[in-house]
Design a protein around this ligand. Sequence first.
Ligand SMILES: Nc1ncnc2c1ncn2[C@@H]1O[C@H](COP(=O)(O)OP(=O)(O)O)[C@@H](O)[C@H]1O
Ligand code: SF4
Ligand SMILES: [Mg+2]
Length: 350
Amino acid sequence: MAEAILTATDLVKYYPIKGGVLRRTVGQVKAVDGVSFELLKGETLGIVGESGCGKSTLGRLLMRLEEPTSGSVVFDGVDMYAQKGRAMRKLRRDIQIVFQDPYTSLNPRKTVGDIIGEPFDIHPDVVPKKGRRKAVQDLLDLVGLNPEHINRYPHQFSGGQRQRIGIARGIALNPKVLICDEPVSALDVSVQAQVVNLMEKLQDELGLSYIFIAHDLSVVRHISDRVGVMYLGKMAELGEEDDIYGRPTHPYTQALLSAVPVPDPTLRDKREQIVLKGDVPSPANPPSGCRFHTRCWKAQDKCKTDLPLLEMRPDGAGEHLSACHFAAPREIIETIDLTEVDPTAQTAGA
Ligand SMILES: Nc1ncnc2c1ncn2[C@@H]1O[C@H](COP(=O)(O)OP(=O)(O)O)[C@@H](O)[C@H]1O
Ligand code: SF4
Ligand SMILES: [Mg+2]
């Protein structure tokens, strides 16, 4: 079994809610509330869940863009939140992020060369000044863009090309881990597949480990080795790709999967869609016991009082982690594999 590059233990992030004229803390948004997992070397861990469940907050905690309320992250054997100064700066090189929106995350007044080369200014020891232009051109080439376009501006590129620029910047410092926060969610479906394929190619070539965040299960399927499903700041289910898509045991995962489009029309009628009642409750006032009990069709009295732990539970073929008192496998008709939309699109300019 591969070694862990990153281990998160019981991560918690609460944001204070201020109220009244004195701006006193009147409550807390429980954005991430006790999340633990390992990211293995060279693997992709997909993180999925509806908007607001804490995915981006988790991503920021893993990069230490924010301090956690409690919990720890061990990165490459080092206790991340205990690092200071130089040691922390060095560590920052090794974990990079790619953001969702290539339209707003790139400075419109900077050339592509400046944008991709920016990490070299922050960490000047990585590439000597004279070698930077060449390094940026190599990066452009690596992500399937024309190195001669180094002096162009973001608006001269398409959405998919801009995300390639974001990826080039993310890998400029040769990191070990890339946190990808909805990197393709703003792109057309056909372009999504090309960018996902590019990321897989880069992972193979550079030996990267990915945390791949998305709100849509179909997006992470192909690229993920394992998938974690989040609900209201907690991990509901975590397992190998086959476990989650073939033998989901948590009702929330089953509902999410039942809503993913079915490509085969002969199978479409057989799909029983699980429609969840109500909206996602506020993370400022999450339900007691199991956080999903207000929307779960299997909920019993116990669910309102007892917090289900993320434990190994039988899934029909073996067992995997699930946080449900009544975990039981349920077959969901096969879903669409995003990268089969256009398998030849590996390096085509998106
Ligand atoms: N800086 C912040 N201050 C207060 N609340 C925040 C902050 N960032 C996120 N939140 C809240 O935390 C919850 C989780 O947000 P987020 O991590 O962005 O979820 P996701 O990425 O899954 O959509 C949301 O309710 C959001 O409003
Ligand atoms: S613990 Fe209860 S409410 Fe929570 S997912 Fe399982 S059955 Fe539903
Ligand atoms: Mg987000």
